[in-house]
Ligand binder design. Structure first.
Ligand code: MN
Length: 231
């Protein structure tokens, strides 16, 4: 159903630098804004390149930093990226953490409404770990909740985690939102999530992070194995 764009920095001397090393520095220095703009452009371009290569129309999820979310020119950055690539706005999903939605509720609401109007999908990332106000789910046009991996990893063995995941799924369903479980690593977790009514899942059980070039062959292989995860 979709992919999530993940960033790696391949450094000539240090090799692959993971995002937890460089994203905090980029956020502090403000470099996260030009990097984020590039990621949006590249993700849109890649989604259309895969369409042209005959892949099914995948949703493209992009993580957005709070800094970039609050910048005045986000709409034009998005409109330019979508136009240049020729990607329908509905195929792009922006992932925001709860902490991005906390301050300046007026500004946040206005921004989310204008993104929603553009047709871009909005997801709350790492849901359940940030600010505990749920009122934004009512006030903001959000499409999806991504259930944080910390509730998912021990889901089968920890009744407290199961209670939380069950509650998130029910809350989302009542509000007309879709749920995506993050960090699914084994079949028993997948089955439990399905029993609980979770809509979608991601994690190592399905696919590990991979270079964009490797995706078409991986997906072809996946599809050749049949719809193994049909309900
Ligand atoms: Mn994410």
């Amino acid at each position: 159903v979709g992919v999530e764009a993940l960033l790696r920095w391949v450094h000539p001397e240090w090799g692959v630098v993971p995002p937890n090393r460089f994203v905090p520095v980029a956020e502090e220095s403000g470099l996260i804004v030009p990097i984020g703009n590039w990621v949006i452009q590249e993700a849109c371009r890649q989604a259309v390149a895969w369409d042209r290569a005959g892949l099914p129309p995948l949703a493209m999820a992009v993580n957005l930093s709070a800094l970039q979310f609050k910048r005045g020119d986000l709409e034009s950055v998005l409109a330019d990226a979508l136009n240049q690539a020729g990607l329908p706005a509905e195929r792009l999903e922006l992932e925001l953490t709860e902490s991005s939605l906390v301050d300046e509720p007026q500004l946040v609401r206005a921004r989310l409404l204008s993104l929603h109007e553009m047709g871009v999908k909005l997801a709350v990332d790492d849901f359940g770990t940030g600010y505990s106000s749920l009122s934004y789910l009512k006030r903001f046009p959000v499409d999806r909740l991504k259930i944080d991996r910390s509730f998912v990893s021990e889901l089968v063995s920890d009744p407290d985690d199961e209670a939380i995941v069950r509650a998130i799924i029910q809350l989302a369903a009542s509000l007309g939102l879709k749920t995506v479980a993050e960090g699914v690593e084994n079949e028993s977790t997948r089955i439990r999530l399905q029993q609980l009514g979770c809509d979608e899942a991601q994690g190592y059980l399905f696919g590990r992070p991979m270079p964009a070039d490797a995706m078409p062959a991986w997906l072809a292989d996946w599809m050749a194995r049949g719809d193994v995860f049909a309900p």
